[in-house]
Design a protein around this ligand. Sequence first.
Ligand SMILES: [Zn+2]
Length: 137
Amino acid sequence: MFCRIASDPEHDETNLVLHRAEHAFIVLNLYPYISGHLMVVPYLHTAEFDSLPKEISDDLMDLAKRSQTALREVYTPSGFNLGMNLGSAAGAGMPDHLHIHLLPRWSGDTNFMTTVGETRVLPESLETTYSKLRARF
Ligand SMILES: [Zn+2]
């Protein structure tokens, strides 16, 4: 899925791609835990974080920082979850193509790690989240 989105820039809006950099891009999670749940993804198809070339991991971290700024401006959350699930055993839904999750958090919402994968009702549509965040990049 990430490779298909990466190679299809004409459909960034349909695919909910928020921003593209040289080595990585930012895309909304289609199955968000919470509104604003996004992912930073390298164009390179790989599951191996520790062997990523430095220019790619630098791009991932730069985009994660920009994403945090955008989420803070749009949602003013109380905190953030930022992280990667590497491998199916660690909970990765797309274990062959690594990606960083970043999502806003508020006191009193449910713990991220125990609720990933559940369907839940969100306060706004993905399209609304997309247009709010897209304007910040
Ligand atoms: Zn891939």
